[in-house]
Ligand binder design. Structure first.
Ligand code: SAM
Length: 408
């Protein structure tokens, strides 16, 4: 009996050890799984790796210098607040030896003096200038752009190679901030949109609002519709407009802020606007190689990233449909990727024609390149549109932009 009892005890001990061993083993398995699901590689590294793979093919010998500039400090420009004390701010800019690149690009050597007065704003209810003559060419041909650009914009930069920074803007005597700091290349889509007095304008993906602010600075928009799907980002936009634009310009008949999915806009408000800006969500290349926060190269956002070209195409088609016949559309991204740039434009032009019977033509922007080559480093080799490449001597961009004109 005693022998049986001892055997029973040993068996019990063995069973317990076995259980313990299994428990440990299970814990190890879980530990292993838990560890492998951790994002061990930072998203910025994934972004850079991804770009090394694709952009070294796309840009060949240019890629190392673009890569270096992307990883270095970006250069900023100061968009003058035309609603503020303009003369004083211009004097201050000249004292700092900054220059208005928009003004110089127009072929005029110096910025206007302190006696410069802003043009009178377009009165609400003023007639639209009416449809522009539609170009005769089919969508495959490009129309020469004589570079009519949106008026009244003043944007100061330091010369090439000068990396002086602008100080943060302060409120002026009118309690409006004197300038808005932005990547100077972000102004190019607004400039080539060529907003003219009396135009109705749609900014389809507008937040946080740098380009909407520039559109208002033209003082040409009879009506500006500002839209973005993200209500939190729209709150940032509201704050910006509040700091730069007087109350009498932010009235409902002149400025409408909405939060719709821009992909459906063209179905709801069709053939309506003289000008439409489609500044789409993209891989935001500079942000993606520098910041972990909200990085689209994070493993968790793989599907979202893969779906970007489709979303961008749908937004551009929607923007085309929202434009009046004869009106213009500008598509832009801050990515270097051909898949998000030229391919999206070409696909959208095709979809507009085959699915909606709407023809658009591409506007040739080589003249824009000539005008602003002192300030920016243009790629000049895009099949359609233009691309500003980051470069250490002019570290703006990336910024891709393409202009379309609706024929019918
Ligand atoms: N134009 C803005 C500026 O200059 O400050 C930047 C726009 S950002 C590149 C793209 C914006 O598109 C984001 O604010 C995002 O919330 C918005 N967006 C994404 N999907 C959208 C959709 N389906 N409809 C409308 N907006 C969308």
């Amino acid at each position: 009996m005693a022998a049986l009892g001892a055997a029973g005890c040993r068996l019990k001990l063995l069973t317990e050890r076995l259980r313990e061993w299994r428990r440990l083993e299970r814990r190890n398995i879980y530990k292993k799984k838990w560890a492998s699901s951790q994002p061990r590689v930072p998203s910025t590294r994934l972004a850079l790796h991804n770009m090394d793979m694709s952009y070294s093919l796309q840009f060949a010998e240019l890629w190392p210098s673009i890569r270096l500039a992307l990883l270095c400090e970006q250069k900023y420009a100061a968009l003058l607040n035309s609603f503020g004390d303009v003369a004083r701010t211009i004097r201050e800019m000249e004292r700092r030896r900054a220059r208005d690149f928009v003004y110089e690009g127009r072929g005029e050597k110096a910025a206007p003096g302190p006696d410069w007065t802003p043009p009178s704003p377009v009165a609400a209810g003023q007639e639209s200038p009416g449809p522009e003559p539609a170009p005769e060419s089919p969508s495959t041909r490009q129309v020469k752009h004589s570079v009519p650009i949106s008026p009244n914009l003043k944007c100061f930069t330091f010369p090439r190679g000068d990396i002086t920074r602008f100080e943060p803007a302060r409120p002026d005597s009118l309690r409006l901030l004197e300038y808005y700091l932005m990547d100077a290349a972000s102004l190019l889509p607004v400039l080539i949109l060529d907003v003219q007095p009396g135009h109705t304008v749609l900014d389809l993906c507008a937040a946080p609002g740098g380009k909407s602010l520039a559109l208002l600075q033209t003082e040409c928009c009879r009506h500006l519709a500002v839209n973005d799907i993200s209500s939190s980002r729209l709150n940032r936009l509201r704050k910006i407009l509040h700091s730069y634009v007087p109350k009498n310009v932010r009235t409902e008949d002149r400025l409408r802020i909405t939060s719709f999915d821009g992909r459906h806009w063209g179905k709801i408000e069709r053939n309506t606007f003289d000008r439409v800006l489609v500044d789409v969500p993209c891989t935001t290349d500079r942000h993606s190689v520098l910041e972990e926060d909200n990085n689209i190269f994070s493993r968790l956002r793989l599907k979202e990233r893969q779906r970007l070209p489709l979303l961008q195409t749908q937004l551009l088609v929607s923007g085309i449909l929202a434009t009046k016949p004869g009106g213009s559309i500008v598509y832009s991204t801050c990515s270097l990727s051909q898949l998000q740039n030229e391919y999206v434009v070409e696909r959208a032009v095709d979809v507009a024609k085959t699915e909606h019977n709407v023809e658009v033509c591409l506007v040739d922007l080589t003249a824009v390149q000539t005008l602003y080559s002192d300030t920016f480093n243009f790629h000049g080799r895009c099949r359609v549109g233009e691309l500003v490449l980051p470069h250490l001597t002019a570290n703006y961009g990336p910024m891709y932009f393409c202009k379309l004109q609706r024929i019918n």
